[in-house]
Design a protein around this ligand. Structure first.
Ligand SMILES: [Zn+2]
Length: 253
């Protein structure tokens, strides 16, 4: 049997990367300052996809909520609302605060190209409620309409600012270009190819079963309560504030 060249290339990449697969370049994060992006027309008529996540569960990245996304049982939702109720009943602000951190959050996702980086192909941009409502407002404004239209859509200038004060959230501001434009200019070799490579966004997240989510929650809770001694308390809060910072970064508006 002939050598599988694709596999060999992958092995070479992994070897050069110390055994890790090449970093996934699909998920795009804005850099500080201005950048111009174009939201791509979706196959199904909806360019703004909504997903629900739980953050702050130990070191896990955002966990897809089985209940809000797939109508299955969610141990984290359950736990967070129990904790919230007991916080209310016992007038315990700390419990309420911890519960709030675990409540489900909405994030929105759109396939885009970044102007000047068209050769990188389709990227997925994740944003919060403010940007989402602004985008919907644009689409519903007859002066703009379908901003994703291939021939006469609108590029958007995204300004991303990271505030100097600790604990405050990065800000995303969106400004549509004044004039409509074609999606593909000289910077894009093959427009059809670009459009056909728009990924199914749900496929970029790991979907966990209710049992798996329960296991992640259990692990988080047991590691939390095991650090009750005085000496590890500082440690605990130290690492918690790091989580907060990471969270602030994620909820970038
Ligand atoms: Zn949930």
């Amino acid at each position: 049997m002939a050598i599988n060249l694709d596999l060999m290339k992958k092995k070479l990449d992994m070897s050069k990367n110390n055994g890790r697969e090449k970093r996934d370049n699909t998920k795009w994060r804005p850099s500080e300052g201005d950048q111009s992006i174009r939201i791509l027309p979706p196959m199904d008529g909806d360019p703004f996809k909504e997903f629900h996540f739980h953050y702050n569960v130990g070191k896990n990245p955002g966990i897809l909520c089985p209940k809000k996304n797939h109508g299955e049982e969610c141990p984290i939702c359950e736990f967070a609302s129990q904790l919230w109720r007991s916080g209310v009943e016992e007038n315990d602000d700390n419990a309420k605060r911890e519960a709030k951190k675990l409540f489900v959050r909405k994030r929105y996702f759109s396939p885009i190209v970044v102007r000047g980086e068209e050769s990188e192909g389709v990227r997925v941009w994740s944003y919060g409620k403010t940007a989402y409502e602004q985008l919907l407002g644009l689409v519903l404004d007859p002066d703009y309409g379908d901003i994703t239209d291939r021939d006469s859509g609108t590029d958007i200038v995204l300004n991303y600012s990271i505030p100097g004060t600790p604990g405050s959230f990065p800000k995303t501001q969106l400004k549509p270009r004044r004039r409509p434009s074609a999606l593909c200019d000289d910077a894009v070799d093959d427009c059809d190819k670009l459009l056909s490579s728009v990924p199914d966004i749900s496929g970029i997240f790991t979907r966990h079963t209710s049992e798996e989510v329960q296991a992640m929650l259990d692990e988080f809770l047991s590691s939390d309560s095991s650090s009750e001694t005085q000496s590890s308390e500082t440690e605990k809060y130290g690492s918690k504030s790091k989580v907060d910072a990471a969270f602030a970064q994620l909820m970038n508006d």
